[in-house]
Design a protein around this ligand. Structure first.
Ligand code: 8YV
Length: 332
């Protein structure tokens, strides 16, 4: 007799090939119209599911987890960051949590590099000149001048997989690589990247031309770039964030940009997503900053790879093995 297939509830629309494979392997409940689920709908889902596949847009907090049915054994996050899930509570309730590391490293690093280029070189501002439909008055030696990135100092906060992938790209663009991380990297990696380690984040911030946030959002990194720390930065420095909005005190950042205490910013993530502070939008319209709607890992290839990881995590778990991408509270 064949074993009953587990009920897998997927909270958002995933690429077709991923959904097709999930349907073959599991009893799958999909969200074909892609409308984000409410907290009440998430509660309904965890009451019946054996496995929940949430994304960054779902808050799987203690309130949701406390109402999970006995069947719920696995929360297989479609995403790398797990700050949308209360991993501690899940763990205490015997629910395993997995994520999708590795497969979005290069895409996110590409987008980070795109912002590192776009902000100092005024890329979106320039593109808008022609889109506006107004006649272009032609080239001028002093018009639309940005700033060179070659030779500048890039300070990477969080030198994990994505941080290192940013460093590899930035090195090729002639940036000097500096980093702050919980743990110092092996000498061989530092050497390959020509990277200088700063034990003190404060000291590093005061000396960088561009700062890139590449660490996860955890209780320890919430507002890591606080008002006090942002003030340590040079007024001609830029800040790029493709990690999580919560790592920066967004109100403090806005104040600094408004007062020209920072040269600019490139933000792919926001503190209260999907809400974006209107002051940020105003600054973007003025050409001071570049804003993207959380597109760091948005490639079809990446999303298919993420789906594949989710499937492998579910399948391995259901077959009675330790899933490859298990997240433990101690890892956060
Ligand atoms: C994903 C991300 O799109 O994986 C992450 O941590 O931030 C994004 O790039 C998102 O998390 C999907 O849930």
């Amino acid at each position: 007799m064949s074993k009953k297939k587990p009920l897998v509830v997927v909270t958002r629309k995933l690429p077709d090939s991923v959904e097709t494979r999930m349907r073959e392997l599991f009893e799958t409940r999909l969200n074909l119209d892609d409308r984000p689920m409410t907290q009440a709908e998430l509660v309904d889902a965890v009451r019946v599911a054996d496995v929940l596949v949430p994304t960054v847009t779902d808050r799987i907090d203690a309130g949701v987890l406390s109402q999970a049915g006995d069947n719920l054994r696995l929360v297989a996050n479609f995403g790398n960051g797990v700050d949308n899930i209360d991993v501690g509570t899940a763990n205490n309730r015997g629910i395993t949590v997995t994520n999708t590391p590795g497969v979005l490293t290069e895409d996110t690093a590409d987008m980070t590099m795109a912002l590192i280029l776009a902000v100092p070189r005024r890329l979106t501002e320039g593109a808008r000149v022609l889109e506006s439909g107004d006649a272009w008055e032609g080239w001028s030696p002093t018009w639309m001048l940005g700033h060179r990135i070659w030779g500048k100092r890039l300070g990477i906060i969080g030198m994990g997989r994505i941080g290192q992938a940013v460093a590899r790209r930035a090195k090729a663009f002639g940036l000097q690589i500096h980093y702050h991380n919980r743990r110092r990297l092996a000498a061989s990696i530092e050497e390959a990247l020509d990277a200088t380690y700063w034990d003190s984040l404060d000291q590093m911030l005061a000396r960088m031309d561009i700062v890139s946030i590449n660490c996860p959002h955890t209780p320890g990194t919430y507002h890591l770039l606080s008002a006090r720390r942002l003030k340590l930065m040079r007024p001609d420095a830029y800040i790029v964030n493709t990690a999580r909005g919560e790592v920066i005190d967004e109100n403090a950042l806005i104040r600094m940009l408004e007062h020209n205490d920072l040269a600019g910013a490139g933000l792919d993530v926001f503190e209260h997503e999907p809400a974006v502070n209107p002051k940020l939008i105003k600054l973007a319209r003025e050409g001071r900053i570049v804003l993207l709607p959380h597109m760091g890992s948005a490639t079809l290839e990446g999303r298919i790879d993420m789906g594949e990881k989710v499937i492998i995590n579910i399948k391995t778990f259901m077959d009675g093995h330790r899933p490859p991408d298990r997240v433990l509270p101690t890892m956060l």
